[in-house]
Structures are given as C-alpha cells and as structure tokens.
Ligand binder design. Structure first.
Ligand code: ADP
Length: 400
C-alpha cells in the first residue's frame, strides 16, 4: 500500500509518498511560494531530482505539480494515480474537537475550519490542502487527518487551564493545547521499544528541539503536560519565538513602543528567541558558531536555552513523580550534542550520566542511547518521523 503524506502550509506544500510494505520513502518534495511565483522540487527514493520554477496560483495547482511528478516518465515513481491508496494530512490544531486521527468527510473539514481562529495561518492552509487534494485526486481516494494537538488531549484540566477568568475558556476555548504531538508520540513509542518496555510502565520526557521547540511529560503512554500552549509560542525559547514570559513584558513593551496586538504578535513570534537575544541568527548552528568565536550575546542565547531545557526537565520530573527516560529529537535535539551534554551534566544530581563519545556520535540521523549503563535515567537521541506516523494512522484508518 502506498500512502501520500501532505503537510500544507499557507504558501508551501510538502509531501512524501511512502510504501507501507517496508515504510520506505519512494518520493518526496515541496511546492514553495504558492500564490507568489512558485518553486517545485521532487526527489525520488533512488536519487532522481526534478526541480523547477513554475507558477502555482493556489494549492490545487500545487497538487497538479505533485501528481504530474509522481506519474512522470522521467521522474515518476508510480504508473498511475490508482496506486496511491490513501492520503494523510498533517493538521496543526485539532482543538478539543479531535483527540485522534480521523477519515475526512465534510463534517471533519467544517470542524477544522471552525478551529481557524485558534491557528489562523495553519488550519486555513490545511483546509485549502484537503480541498485541493479532493479536486485533483477525487473522492474515491480516502483522506485522513492527523493532528499535532491530538497526542496532548490526555492532559488533565490542571495542566491545560490558564489562570485567566474562566469565561475565556468557556467563550473562546483559551487553554493549553500543545503541539508537535505527532513527533512526541513517535519518539516516546520508539523510546519504549528501544528500552524493551511497555510504554505504560515508563515515565518519559521528550524534548523536541528544532526551530520550534516543545517538551512533553508522558506517563502510562499519555501526555500529562507539555510546554507549548494555546499557540506554539509558549514554553522554551525558540529560533524566533520567546517561549514563556511574564505577560506584563508584553503589555509593558506594547505601551512603551505604541505597538498594536498584531505588531506585538510579530515581535514575540518572529523577532525574539535566539534571533532576538543573539542578534546573529535564529539558527542554532550560526548562534553556536558565533558563541565559539566570542560573541557574548550568542553565548547568552545558548545559556538561556540550555537552562530552560534543564528547568523543564526538572519540573516535569516532579510532575511525573520521577523519570525513566529523556529523549532528544528534531534539528537541534538530533544534532547539537553540546546542548545535550550540558543539560545532562546538570542533571547529575538525579543520577543522569551521559557517555561523551556516544553523545558525540549521535548526530545526523543516528538513533541510540547516549547514557552510560549506570545512569539512573536512560537518555536517547531519536530522529523524529512525523510523516511515518501520519502514514501509519492513515493506513490503519483506511484498513478499518
Ligand atoms: P523545524 O522546527 O523548522 O522543523 P528543525 O527541526 O529542522 O526545524 O530544526 C532546525 C534547527 O536545528 C536549527 O536551529 C538548526 O541550527 C538545527 N540543526 C539542524 N540540522 C543541524 C545539524 N546538522 N547540526 C546542528 N544543528 C542543526
């Protein structure tokens, strides 16, 4: 069975065609600058690359590019579209409506649309992606939606309720939702497999550290708390996002500078974090390089990040009543071994011991345990694979 996985953004559409017989990626690519001018790149599993500037006025036109590439004589991977058994879409915000993946029908599309106020850029783009997919592939190919928020839906009210007047929860559903759920789910399940244990018997803290970052506490295979909130702005400091702040910082700066809510939103989401502190870049590699050549603000950005990861692990260990495993994943978690070891060395008080060699070797897609045999907590680096989770959920629902 071959499954097409779609991640539609407002001006981009990423895809992977996965062969579920061996879970290999047969082709992948990205439509960028949709509605602007248009750039399309398609790569096959056996290394053929097709790349072109092509106008894509909307998501339907982007889907036509994907379809043509998949069946093209030169760059194709299938003979005809019938070989695509189902399509799985990544959806950022499932709100309180969706606690698991579901097959798409008109009610589901309306549900995703109703959550647009909670994720204006993302959910609106996802709906365009689903509708464009229907235009090009027709209704006979089943579609499934997989939500970033779903894995976090097990959080108890004490973890998801914000202490603002309760009426705003009732009126506007203002609460913590959490994101990157598909990634936290994948790496926590993989962690249990690597430990040879039932996930229900272990307590795990998963650190998804990328351009956007979130940390999650998992007990009995269920999320009890996560660092991102109503939107992906909450939690630890990120590439350009603040992470959590004293809310007065927002009102104080807005008043002093005369910023509107939307200008503050841009400042908090796009100009802060690594970029705002270092003044160098939002990218960890650039900031680390600048710190190594003596840039004090770049070093400060790194110190803040490592300190915040440490604090989250500490507080989630308390929330879980202990921890059996810590997992690092995503761009920074999978590659920046210096942050991992600096954080873990500060967890020595609870018996965490990382092997410096294993840590240094676990980069660029390498999966494995980096803690020593006598560490009281197992520490893993596990490359995330959200597309595979989406494909697996899609297959499971379609086979039902
Ligand atoms: P996104 O949240 O956009 O999916 P990623 O998970 O790709 O982001 O993470 C991007 C971050 O990961 C950047 O800060 C980048 O510096 C870091 N990163 C990615 N690859 C590497 C690498 N090979 N070595 C060091 N850092 C990396």
């Amino acid at each position: 069975m071959k499954i097409l996985v779609i991640n539609a953004g407002s001006s981009s559409m990423k895809y992977q065609l996965i062969d579920m017989d061996d879970e290999s990626v047969i082709a992948k690519g990205n439509c960028e600058r949709i509605g602007v001018d248009g750039h399309f790149k398609h790569t096959t599993g056996d290394g053929r690359v097709y790349e072109t500037d092509v106008v894509m006025n909307n998501h339907t036109e982007a889907f036509v590019q994907i379809k043509n590439a998949l069946i093209s004589e030169e760059y194709g991977v299938i003979k005809n579209l019938d070989e695509v058994s189902a399509i799985g879409h990544r959806i950022v915000q499932g709100g309180a409506l969706f606690s698991e993946s579901v097959l798409v029908n008109e009610d589901v599309i309306k549900g995703i649309e109703s959550l647009i106020p909670l994720a204006p850029l993302h959910n609106a783009a996802h709906v365009q992606g689903i509708r464009a997919c229907l235009d090009v592939f027709g209704t006979e190919v089943p579609e499934v939606v997989v939500f970033d928020t779903a894995f976090h839906s097990t959080m108890p009210p004490k973890a998801f309720t914000y202490p603002v007047p309760y009426e705003y929860y009732e009126k506007y559903a203002v609460r913590r939702y959490g994101f990157h759920g598909t990634s936290h789910r994948y790496v926590s399940q993989r962690c249990a497999e690597l430990m040879g244990k039932d996930i229900k018997d272990i307590k795990i803290i998963t650190c998804h550290l990328g351009n956007g970052s979130s940390i999650t506490a998992i007990k009995d295979g269920k999320v009890i708390d996560t660092s991102m909130g109503l939107t992906p702005l909450d939690g630890i400091m990120m590439g350009t996002r603040t992470g959590c702040l004293d809310p007065s910082v927002v009102t104080f700066i807005a008043e002093k500078e005369g910023f509107t809510p939307s200008e503050m939103d841009t400042l908090l989401n796009k100009k802060s974090g690594f970029l705002g502190i270092s003044g160098v870049s939002s990218d960890d590699r650039d900031v680390t390089a600048a710190a190594e050549s003596g840039n004090a603000r770049a070093q400060l950005a790194i110190d803040i990040l490592e300190y915040q990861i440490l604090k989250y692990i500490g507080s989630y260990t308390a929330a879980l009543g202990g921890v059996d495993a810590i997992v690092f994943t995503a761009g920074i978690g999978e590659n920046q071994c210096s942050h991992r070891i600096n954080v873990c060395n500060n967890l020595a008080y609870m018996g965490v011991k990382v092997d410096a060699d294993l840590n240094a070797k676990a980069i660029r897609g390498v999966e494995g345990k980096i803690s020593t045999p006598d560490s009281t907590v197992d520490v893993f680096v596990i490359p995330t694979n959200e597309e595979l989770v989406i494909a697996r959920d899609t297959m499971a629902l379609v086979q039902k």
